[in-house]
Design a binder for this molecule. Structure first.
Ligand code: ADP
Ligand code: ZN
Length: 637
């Protein structure tokens, strides 16, 4: 399709040039007076011709002489056609010989078209160069050619990463196993009429193994892996991003079954119609949507994309048939950190005294990439000091380096932070547990992600598509539970900014209840349409008076829900304490563990064991023993 288009551009450009050429030619010819041979001879004999202006061209044996002659004292251009005989006559006639022999004769030319072509030649060359540059650009710079920059042709690599190279994130891996099976034999699924997701979006902080996971899917399935970063689609030339998307999908379809991996998809996938997006961006995004719709769900191409912010993505990307599966990947918890450390220590020579569990304890908030970096730094230290094995002190120093380096921002948690976050998240979880209509808690963690200190993953208790007013109240109360717990545990003045995101979500639900769902004293009027909302507006068209009433109403809803949350937590302080403590010990707790706490009102076994171990540790440290990192008795065997 693209080649056809280029061809048409060339043809049309050429036609235009030919027409233009003719116009210029006839303009010049037309402006000169055409003389007969006789008139010319007369002018010659009257000495009216400006000799120096004379020029002659020979077309097919006709001498075309042009020049200037004098008419009533002013110069006039003329042309005259003379045949060979007439020419010879003039040349042999003493009266005219001097003049005619002075005429500058140009080379023999056979046809006027040829002259035209000749004068068009430079233009043609320019057009050619232009077309070449254009096609080179859209192909992505000729391997670092005329337009510089690295090649942005989609990179196709062969991935030899396996799932065993990815530590932790086990649930996420399980979700992807099915994709691997599909890529291995797409026909099986096609025959069953099973629809396999075309797009999988992985959301999580940088360095948590999103790229690694995508490569592992390709590696396990032994299929081609195309990779491109969202920022690579962005170019100063409008339309290039779109054509890159086209190239990427074109190449991938030819290589199917395969994986397309788009890193940092937010660079192209930002919401349209916002100040952030540019026209170029929109074209690229539209092309991406078109391509994703353009291949069937059984074409053997699976698009995996990574971002650390789903909320900035255009909702169109997340519709069914596009990226309809979202996999959340969070920073590793203590056990996952241990697994990652062990994995990367495999190919390094490490002192057997090192207990990875303890290293994991010291690295809360570290991403997988940072943990790998710790081991790498440690290995460098060993080489520098000409030693043979990585020791604990190397690891310690490496941790400091990584924390002191670029990772400083990635908030290593203080003990106090950990305490606050543990009660905050326990607050959310408790509401989920005690309020029937609230969502069911799947997993709670105090490992920070994005702006949030920790987070609680909840899913609706029933699968109904509708939410009752009661459900919505419960959701809001759930979001406010974190803040309520903080207030109860630490007092009104000690509440933190950690609830910032919760308040946002709670307010949104309340606003929709008032302006969209007719669930407040303002009645059934719809004040804000879905459309307005999806464009990020929070205000519809209504008077200031109504706006005021809406605000009051939202406030009332939030206040009431906060009271509910506050009440529930105050009445279940013991449970709150148990959940918070489990969180501080294990960092992440599961739905089962929360249910256990709720049912038996005591700490789950794993928490108790881990707590004992940590306390022993603490005692040793306080006693100032050098044995600090010697393995425990029970671990020795
Ligand atoms: P992301 O794409 O999420 O930014 P990457 O997949 O590029 O992160 O991770 C960078 C590196 O960090 C990986 O190549 C790997 O060495 C290490 N890493 C990150 N997460 C893990 C993990 N879960 N298991 C093993 N290694 C990991
Ligand atoms: Zn919260």
């Amino acid at each position: 399709m693209k080649n056809k288009k280029t061809l048409w551009i060339i043809i049309i450009t050429l036609l235009l040039l030919v027409v233009l050429g003719f116009a210029i030619y006839s303009f010049i010819a037309g402006s000169a007076e055409k003389l007969s041979y006789q008139q010319f001879q007369d002018l010659l004999s009257q000495n009216k011709i400006v000799t120096s202006s004379l020029e002659e061209k020979i077309y097919n044996g006709v001498h075309v002489i042009s020049g200037v002659y004098e008419k009533n004292g002013s110069p006039h251009r003329f042309v005259v056609g003379i045949n060979n005989q007439q020419y010879d006559y003039l040349l042999n006639n003493p009266m005219f010989r001097d003049i005619v022999s002075q005429i500058v004769t140009n080379q023999e030319i056979t046809s006027p078209i040829w002259t035209l072509a000749q004068s068009l030649l430079p233009v043609l060359i320019m057009v050619g160069v232009y077309v070449w540059i254009f096609s080179a650009m859209s192909k992505g710079g000729m391997g670092g050619g005329i337009l510089g920059g690295k090649s942005s042709r989609p990179r196709q690599i062969k991935s030899d990463v396996k799932f065993s190279d990815v530590a932790g994130i086990n649930e996420e891996k399980t979700e992807l196993v099915e994709l691997v099976d599909y890529l291995r034999n797409p026909n099986k699924y096609a025959m069953m009429g099973a629809r396999v997701p075309k797009g999988v979006l992985m959301e999580g902080p940088p360095g948590t193994g999103k790229t690694l996971l995508a490569k592992a899917v390709a590696g396990e399935a032994n299929v081609a892996f195309f990779t491109m970063a969202g920022s690579e689609f962005e170019e100063m030339f409008v339309g290039l991003g779109a054509s890159r998307v086209r190239d990427l999908f074109g190449d991938a379809k030819k290589a199917a079954p395969c994986i397309i991996f788009i890193d940092e998809i937010d660079a192209v996938g930002r919401k349209r119609n916002t100040a952030m997006g540019s026209a170029t961006n929109e074209q690229t995004l539209n092309q991406l949507l078109v391509e994703m719709d353009g291949f069937g769900s059984n074409s053997g191409v699976i698009v995996m994309a990574a971002t650390n912010r789903v909320d900035v993505l255009d909702p169109a990307l997340l519709r069914p048939g596009r990226f309809d599966r979202i996999i959340q990947i969070s920073l590793p918890d203590i056990r996952e950190r241990e697994a990652i450390l062990k994995l990367h220590a495999r190919n390094k020579s490490v002192s057997p005294e090192i207990d990875w569990k303890r290293v994991a304890e010291r690295t809360p908030g570290f991403s997988g990439a940072q943990l790998e970096n710790v081991l790498n730094e440690a290995a460098i230290l060993v080489v520098r000091n000409k030693r043979k094995m990585i020791t604990l002190s190397d690891i310690d120093e490496a941790i400091d380096r990584v924390v002191g380096g670029p990772a400083k921002k990635s908030r290593a948690m203080t003990i106090q932070d950990k305490k606050v976050v543990s009660y905050h998240e326990a607050g959310h979880a408790l509401i989920g547990l005690k309020l029937d209509s609230a969502s069911k808690v799947q997993k709670v963690t105090i490992i920070p992600r994005g702006n949030a200190g920790g987070y609680t993953i909840m899913t609706p208790k029933d699968e109904s598509n509708f939410s009752s007013k009661e459900d919505l109240f419960a959701s809001i109360a759930g979001y406010l539970g974190g803040r309520a717990a903080e207030e109860i545990m630490f007092g009104k003045d000690k509440i933190t900014t950690g609830a910032h995101d919760d308040l946002d979500k709670a307010t949104n639900i309340a606003r929709r209840m008032v302006t969209q769902f007719g669930m407040s004293s303002l009645g059934l009027t719809k004040y804000l349409t879905m459309q307005e909302e999806s464009y990020g507006q929070t205000k519809g068209v209504y008077s200031d008076e109504v706006a005021y009433k809406i605000d009051i109403e939202i406030n009332t809803i939030l206040d009431n829900c906060y009271k509910i949350a506050h009440d529930i937590i105050s009445k279940n302080l013991e449970t709150l304490e148990l959940i918070a403590e489990s969180l501080r010990v294990l960092e992440t707790i599961t739905a089962e563990q929360i249910e256990y706490i709720n049912k038996y009102n005591k700490l789950p076994n794993e928490v108790i064991l881990e707590k004992e171990r940590m306390e022993k540790e603490e005692k040793k440290k306080n006693a100032g023993e050098i044995l600090e990192f010697e393995p425990d008795e029970d671990e020795k065997k």
